[in-house]
Design a protein around this ligand. Structure first.
Ligand code: ATP
Length: 348
């Protein structure tokens, strides 16, 4: 059992604010992902939970007990890092066993625990090898097994997939998801990769410059981004964002006129996703020359430029045209988002 409460947690170095007033309860067994661009404070938040960094303000509670003053080793958390941090002179077996030794766990239980953890990450055949004799993916699995073997109440994972190539990232991601389900341990996972966040998380926390922007399920965040920053960060491709003017429910920008929207008159940013629009023969809401086209296999991504913004739409895979040809785009009004042009906050 491990419910984690972060109460108004902040980290400052002099005047610089790394993490600003982070306030959240993470449920027992929840898989929480901290997502945001480089430098937004994800790792610092994680390090405060691990005890590797002191909080400037605020409290960290595990199952209602304040742990701010506990040493990292006395917190029941296991960390997995981007750099696998394995001991090069020890073989896989001893690397995985190491945390049991350090913690003075009854040696008669070690062998069974090491074998169970290594089987979970499919390393049984590699126990005698040294880290240098393993691939990157195998090394990261050793690091995972070393975290699992401790049977901690909390897993903290800091970009564990970022040193792996694209294909391995996908398979290791699936393995982490499966493991977290099997072990049912509260997990906090840091990434700047929105696809990892969407596929792994029960809830995602989107951060920017130390400040939490939105907390929600992947679906919440995808379907109802709280602001233009979240909208631009989630989804592949990112949500189309076009600056323009709303008046009496009509949005206007260069080459664009969309009627029947609801929101306050004034300067706004219109958002819609590539899949919420399609290419039509004529009479679409956007009429502009094609800027570029990309073949995706199952579809063709057609892009135009409006007011400096790239607007991408998924067309049929058989769609054929040339760059600069005129194209007409129909936008699904029910799936349009409106953001305040100044603050970026959702207004409709
Ligand atoms: P990344 O994805 O690049 O790891 P991050 O979101 O994890 O980024 P943090 O490592 O938490 O970001 O850093 C947050 C901010 O705090 C950054 O701007 C960083 O430069 C700053 N920072 C981190 N450690 C220190 C420190 N010891 N002294 C001063 N500033 C720091």
């Amino acid at each position: 059992m491990a419910e984690i409460q972060l109460r108004n947690l902040s980290k400052r170095w002099g005047a610089f604010v790394g993490v600003d007033n982070f306030d959240l309860t993470i449920a027992d067994k929840e898989f929480l992902v901290l997502l945001g661009p480089s430098g937004c404070g994800k790792t610092t938040t994680m390090r405060m939970i691990a005890g590797l960094e002191d909080a400037t303000e605020g409290d960290i509670l595990v199952d209602g007990k304040r742990v701010n003053d506990l040493e990292p080793k006395d917190r029941d958390v296991a960390m997995v890092f981007q750099s696998y941090a394995l001991y090069p002179n020890m073989n896989v077996y001893d690397n995985i066993r190491f945390p049991l030794k350090v913690r003075g766990i009854d040696p008669s239980t070690h062998d069974e625990k090491v074998r169970r953890a290594s089987a979970m990450v499919e390393l049984d055949e590699f126990l005698h090898r040294k880290p240098a004799e393993l691939s990157g993916g195998q090394r990261q699995r050793v690091a995972l097994a070393r975290a699992i073997v401790r049977e901690p109440n909390v897993f903290l994972m800091d970009e564990p997939l970022s040193n792996l190539d694209a294909k391995l990232r996908v398979s290791t991601r699936a393995q982490i998801k499966n493991l977290s389900h099997e072990l049912a341990v509260t997990t906090i996972y840091v990434t700047h990769d929105q696809i990892e966040a969407m596929t792994l998380a029960d809830r995602v926390v989107v951060m920017k410059q130390g400040v939490v922007q939105q907390v929600g399920s992947p679906t919440d965040i995808y379907d109802a981004p709280a602001n233009a920053f979240v909208a631009s960060f989630i989804g592949s491709p990112a949500m189309n964002l076009v600056d323009g003017e709303l008046k009496d429910g009509v949005f206007r920008a260069k080459n664009t006129e969309i009627t029947g929207l609801s929101g306050p008159d004034g300067k706004v940013t219109l958002g819609f996703r590539a899949e919420d629009a399609n290419v039509v023969e004529s009479d679409g809401e956007i009429n502009a020359p094609i800027y570029t086209m990309e073949l995706l296999g199952d579809a063709t991504m057609v892009s135009v430029r409006i007011s400096g913004a790239l607007v991408s739409v998924k067309a049929d895979k058989l769609f054929r045209a040339e760059i600069d040809d005129a194209v007409s785009i129909q936008v699904h009004k029910d799936h349009c988002h409106l953001f305040d042009a100044e603050t970026g906050e959702r207004i409709g």
